[in-house]
Design a protein around this ligand. Structure first.
Ligand SMILES: [Zn+2]
Length: 360
């Protein structure tokens, strides 16, 4: 059940795809091809989930909101619809928590208008788009094996989905947690972050507004309950990733400033549009100084292990109680190998984007 929310001011967003994003066109979170992407209207259907048993329903609108045009000079507001309960509760008969996994980037360049007229832009990014779909798919399988319900925001590596559609998958199905899974081939492995919907605390103890857009398009994320939960989840996932990846992962705040035509701001669009806790993940994946070279299966496995452990620690099957120990993490590496080579001699990626050992 949903209830009507009060008018809420929303502003925006971030970039997990930071540093290397400004230069190379093929870096993990590189800038989109400015001026080349066609302007399109967001399709009316959500992208299908990868699990045939969990096909996504049609979204009702961007993040469940109704875009409105602001009066000149006024502060942009959006009418939000919220779930009645800010805190998830579950009983013995409740369904397992739903986790939405959002593999980074769209297989085709997309430009559409989202809430408040924000430009919703995404673009293919290689080899990230293959790597992150495979990592997401294998984490999803492991979570399902452990008893979770899982949806992906697209069903193939090169599937196309806008940020609005991605958010709708989690909003429409009331996900307990959504994670975006990205890597950045423009920066090295010292770059390891999670990003939440609360932002980085200032010296005076306050938090900044998280927003995207300027002028009448400026849209702020203003759900304190979701922001707080996402902060806790981002910290938990960062700790699990640190342990699994052997690299210190920290909770950071994004920046999309200076990356036109992306809307400026400090929060990822998909997190801005979300009505559920959403943790955005980035890992530096520059390999041998070549931004087009795929990372190793070992690096993919460690990232997947951290995400799996982090999600399960953040949202255990039974609230407040750690999950039973399982061997699901041991399935990740063979799953990732299988994703690259589904059958002997049959490879899923173009040669230049295959990990070492799959270059034939
Ligand atoms: Zn990315």
């Amino acid at each position: 059940m949903r209830r009507s929310g009060v008018l809420r001011v929303r502003l925006t967003l971030v970039s997990a795809c930071l540093a290397g994003a400004l230069t190379a066109t093929v870096t993990a979170c590189g800038s989109p091809a400015v001026g080349t992407a066609p302007t399109t209207t967001a399709p009316s259907r959500s992208p299908a989930a990868s699990d045939p048993a969990t096909v996504a329903r049609s979204p009702t609108g961007p993040g469940g909101t109704t875009p409105r045009s602001a009066a000149p000079g006024s502060t942009t507001k959006t009418s939000r619809v919220r779930s009645p309960s800010a805190t998830p509760t579950r009983t013995e008969t409740s369904p397992a928590p739903l986790i939405v996994i959002d593999p980074g980037h769209s297989g085709t360049s997309r430009r559409s208008r989202a809430v408040n007229g924000l430009r919703d832009i995404d673009y293919p990014n290689y080899p990230e788009i293959y790597e992150m779909f495979d990592v997401s798919t294998c984490v999803a399988r492991a979570l399902r094996a452990d008893g979770y319900r899982v949806r992906l925001t697209k069903d193939t590596a090169l599937g196309s989905a806008s940020h609005t559609q991605r958010a709708a998958v989690a909003n429409d199905h009331h996900a307990a947690l959504a994670i975006s899974v990205h890597d950045d081939h423009g920066v090295g492995p010292a770059f390891q972050h999670t990003y939440d919907q609360r932002g980085t605390r200032r010296r005076d103890g306050s938090y900044p507004q998280l927003y995207r857009g300027t002028g009448s398009r400026r849209t702020v994320f203003d759900d304190p309950a979701v922001a707080s939960r996402s902060q806790g989840y981002a910290r938990t996932i960062a700790a699990a990733r640190t342990k699994a990846q052997g690299r210190r992962t920290t909770v950071a705040q994004n920046s999309f400033d200076g990356r036109a035509p992306l809307e400026p701001g400090n929060l990822a669009l998909v997190q801005l549009f979300a009505e559920v806790p959403w943790v955005y993940n980035e890992m530096g994946a520059l390999t041998d100084g070549d931004p087009t070279r795929a990372m190793s299966i070992t690096s993919e496995t460690r990232y997947a292990e951290g995400l799996l452990a982090g999600v399960e620690a953040a949202v255990p099957l039974t609230p407040g109680r750690p999950n039973p120990v399982t061997d699901s993490a041991s399935t990740l590496r063979p799953c990732l190998v299988h994703q690259v080579e589904p059958r002997e001699g049959e490879l899923s990626r173009p040669k230049r984007y295959r990990p070492d050992g799959f270059t034939r």
